[in-house]
Ligand binder design. Structure first.
Ligand code: 3PG
Ligand code: MG
Length: 429
């Protein structure tokens, strides 16, 4: 908490702390970047169709628009990761580069290299008003190290790329919770600024962080249990959330922790998540009255949707959605809330017949008169598909980073910008 206050302090008399935020890190407006070479870190990690490896949703690519426009007279070297090595959606950034052309006025080229001679020569040849997209930064193993910023600043990747760039701009809010070279290393060496999206996300989320209107609820689904469990604990402990509503794998872990017998398929998944079930149990022991769990679940039986009460499941298949009774209850709680934060789907909504829970819950959040924040690729993508993306107070490009910030933790990517600003101010009083 004390760390966080240093970065996002809300001074007396300021409603949302925007002024204090603006003071803590530098932005593109603080530098003259025209004609200069700028390394721009974005997070355009996108969902990829497993069958043909094409990008399914370009929301994160679109979200770079304002920053690219602000840098239209600079020479931009754009870097991002896409998934993680070894995963199916770990691809090059060639298609990302093509899609970027739709959202900016600059000429965009792509180089299948990150820090080698091909990349550095292409950077040296950049002209004002051009963008060079480097290949997936995680093809370079140094980018996948999680280490302290001062160590990452000494990697070959940072040293080589910084030697051909004048400025660093971080617009990758969605990856700001990772301590990786391109997110924290450059700011040690180059004058560093936040991009427009980074600014916007921080300002919007800062307001909810400090002044949530109660009742405030968090609707958490999806996987990445390891990221979400600490968030659930801290928001309940600190009173940031009055109630937490769970779906997806998160709900299964808590149902198991409550001592319920899940379906055979779900029990098999739980065998690998024992440590999280134990953790969930300690959270439930303290906060059970503020955690809402499904009372019924949906399964696929003979290719048809079948629902069962969680008290009496007796079925082999894994659950794929929350049931209708649960959905009704969740919608009611959403209606009674003044702040709603949501991340992750209620089930396997991509599977036909099992999008009910996620869709109805998301629509209910969209209809709320309160402050509504949704984040993560799944919910943002679904909101786009349903054409309701403008019904929310804010659709964050981030999942994990959004939750970590709202849980009151410091984001390493933001911390690096703040430290770079302090250093810059000391050197340029
Ligand atoms: C995300 O999609 O959550 C961000 O792009 C970060 O990706 P990561 O979880 O692979 O670090
Ligand atoms: Mg992700």
């Amino acid at each position: 908490m004390s760390n966080l206050r240093r970065f996002y302090d809300v001074p007396k008399g300021h409603q949302h702390g925007e002024d204090s935020l603006a003071l803590k890190f530098l932005t593109i407006n603080d530098f003259k970047m025209d004609g200069r070479t700028v390394f721009l870190r974005v997070d355009i990690n996108s969902p990829i169709d497993p069958t043909n490896k094409t990008i399914l949703d370009d929301s994160r690519i679109r979200a770079t628009r304002e920053t690219l426009d602000a840098l239209r007279n600079a020479k931009v070297v754009l870097g991002s990761h896409q998934s993680r090595p070894g995963k199916e959606d770990f691809t090059t950034l060639e298609e990302h580069a093509s899609l970027l052309r739709r959202y900016c006025s600059q000429e965009v080229s792509f180089v299948e290299d990150v820090m080698g001679p091909a990349a550095r020569n292409a950077i040296r040849e950049l002209k004002r008003g051009q963008i060079l997209v480097l290949d997936n930064l995680r093809t370079c193993s140094e980018e996948t190290l999680e280490a302290p910023p001062e160590r990452l600043a000494k990697t070959m990747m940072i040293k080589r790329l910084a030697s051909v760039c004048d400025f660093y701009v971080n617009d990758a809010f969605a990856a700001a919770h990772r301590t990786q070279a391109s997110l924290v290393g450059f700011a040690y060496i180059l004058p560093a600024a936040a991009g427009r999206l980074m600014e916007k996300e921080l300002k919007t989320l800062n307001a909810v962080l400090w002044e949530p209107k109660h009742p405030c609820i968090y609707v958490l689904g999806g996987a990445k249990v390891e990221d979400k469990l600490p968030v659930v604990e801290s928001i309940l402990e600190e009173g940031r959330a009055d109630t937490v509503i769970l779906g997806g794998l998160m709900a299964k872990v808590f149902l198991k922790a409550k001592g319920l017998e899940l379906s055979k398929g779900d029990e098999e998944d739980m065998a690998e998540l024992k440590e999280y079930v134990l953790k969930a149990k300690t959270i439930l022991d303290k906060y059970h009255s503020r955690i809402k769990l499904p009372i019924d679940l949906a399964f696929s039986k003979g290719n048809r949707r079948f629902e069962a009460s969680v008290k009496k499941i007796g079925i082999n298949e894994p659950s794929l959605d929350i049931g209708r009774e649960t959905t009704k209850e969740y919608v009611q709680t959403i209606k009674e809330s003044n702040t709603i934060v949501a991340n992750g789907p209620m089930g396997v909504f991509e599977k036909e017949g099992f999008d009910n829970g996620t869709k109805i819950v998301l629509e209910a959040i969209g209809s709320s008169k309160g402050t509504t924040l949704i984040g993560g690729g799944h919910l943002a993508g679904l909101a786009n598909m349903l054409g309701i993306e403008d019904k929310f107070s804010h659709v964050s490009t981030a999942g994990g980073a959004m939750l970590m910030m709202l849980a009151g933790q410091t984001l390493p990517g933001v911390q690096a910008l703040v430290q770079a600003a302090e250093k810059y101010r000391r050197q340029n009083p």
